[in-house]
Design a protein around this ligand. Structure first.
Ligand code: ZN
Length: 197
């Protein structure tokens, strides 16, 4: 299964298991339904405990990119290897309290580094300004080591917070509430695009 072009817009799927995070959302079945509705890159953010055995199912459902949480993986290297073995792009996510240094041994092999800008688990939370320094450090590490990962930010992203993340090196912006929670989602999306252009 070929993967969608990462240079285009992505559809971000937040999978929560009521275990790694308190909320519960959906699994591979819904990711498969999303797949059938879009040619965009399906970016699957797994907020689930020890996801290694579920990775192939999400890939079969059509996930182009699978991001796992460092804090949730019993063996992060094996989990990322399972993602790559299925042909998906491999992402690693860090909760706000997890320092970049804890992820260092995997950074060079990542396609995506997801810097959570809120505590994962619920939408509509306020952006954590303390994450700006982590994004800046992730961008610096990438340059120093010639790594290829894109830096994605997720949580409280709106035009102003997106712009601040962009300035320090983020290039993938996940927005939920800032788009779908507005009376005119199209205008909100246009405003976000303009802010991060
Ligand atoms: Zn997410």
């Amino acid at each position: 299964m070929a993967i969608a072009d990462p240079a285009r817009d992505w559809v971000h799927c937040d999978v929560m298991d009521n275990h790694f995070v308190p909320n519960l959302t959906f699994g591979p079945l819904v990711v498969g339904a999303v797949r059938r509705f879009t040619t965009a890159l399906v970016d699957t953010h797994l907020m689930i405990e020890d996801p290694v055995t579920l990775v192939p199912e999400f890939r079969r459902a059509g996930a182009d990119q699978i991001t796992v949480h460092l804090e949730a993986c019993h063996d992060p290297g094996a989990t990322l290897a399972a993602v790559r073995a299925g042909g998906a792009r491999a992402g690693l996510a860090l909760k706000p309290d997890t320092p970049l240094a804890q992820a260092e041994r995997w950074l060079a092999e990542l396609d995506l580094l997801l810097v959570m800008t809120v505590e994962p688990g619920f939408g509509g939370q306020a952006f954590m300004p303390g994450m700006i320094e982590k994004i800046r450090a992730a961008a610096a590490w990438r340059t120093t080591h010639g790594a290829r990962y894109l830096i994605e930010v997720d949580g409280g992203i709106a035009p102003e917070t997106g712009r601040r993340c962009r300035e320090v090196g983020a290039e993938v912006f996940v927005a939920g509430h800032a788009i779908y929670g507005q009376s005119d989602p199209s205008a909100a999306l246009a405003a976000l695009r303009q802010a991060i252009a």
